[in-house]
Design a protein around this ligand. Structure first.
Ligand code: GSH
Length: 228
């Protein structure tokens, strides 16, 4: 039987988000690695599938193509398990909270990941952006103080918002020269809770290894590059 296809690379955090959700939903996908370093995503074949040449890109069995990790996840849940508590259809307030955090996550991703991308692409570190990231982390930490023992929506159930935000916050581990989880204890507690919840879906170690690989790339670039 034909399988849906996911174009991905393990070091890409939006790709890991989609993979985690697909694993939580037990969706069998054909996994096609797209090596961005080798510019495979710029091949005419891939650009024809996704003119924005970005991963993750998902192609369903009927040829329906989706990109944008969070939208892919919503599509997977709604097309495969619409009753999933990952994105509940009958609880408007939880679902709205999920939407809200996902939109927060989209906006925060470039800010929190700036130190990683500045090292990878030899761009100067933007100190004001780093300060803004830390200010937001502090607010988030204070907000999370009220969520003790629970997930990001305040619910006891993990949702899509936790998963997508977890992989974004992997950036704090990757850029550990700039971020210290101990400065944000409530955020750290939430992060570790999500990490524990995702462990059963990381039996091949992809999620853990990706962080180590990214750390190594950053270390190598910083050792040989001109920035930072
Ligand atoms: N907002 C997108 C971001 C996707 C994205 O930027 N993917 C990167 C890898 S992490 C990519 O494919 N870059 C190649 C390019 O833009 O040409 C998502 O969440 O899926």
């Amino acid at each position: 039987m034909a399988k849906p296809v996911l174009y991905y690379m393990p070091v890409s955090s939006p790709c890991r988000t989609v993979i985690a959700i697909a694993r939580m939903l037990d969706i069998d996908m054909e996994m096609k690695v797209m090596n961005l370093f080798e510019k495979e995503h710029l091949s005419p074949e891939f650009v024809q599938i996704n003119p924005f040449h970005r991963i993750p890109t998902f192609v369903d069995v009927d040829g329906f193509v989706m990109d944008e990790s969070r939208a892919i996840c919503m599509y997977l849940i709604q097309s495969r398990q619409p009753d999933s508590s990952l994105y509940p259809r009958d609880d408007l307030k939880i679902r709205s909270q999920i939407d809200r955090w996902i939109q927060f996550d989209i906006g925060f991703y470039p800010t929190i990941s700036m130190p990683v991308y500045s090292a990878l692409f030899d761009r100067p570190l933007d100190q004001s952006q780093l300060d803004r990231a830390k200010e937001t982390l502090k607010i988030l930490n204070d907000v999370m103080a009220g969520f003790y023992g629970r997930f990001i929506t305040g619910s006891e159930q993990i949702t899509l918002a936790d998963v997508t935000m977890y992989f974004t916050f992997n950036m704090m581990e990757i850029a550990s020269d700039y971020y210290d989880f101990d400065d944000y204890p409530h955020l750290k507690t939430w992060y570790q809770r999500v990490m524990e919840s995702l462990k059963p879906y990381d039996s091949d170690g992809m999620f853990v290894e990706a962080i180590e690989t990214m750390k190594q790339y950053v270390r190598q670039k910083k050792a040989t590059g001109t920035s930072n």
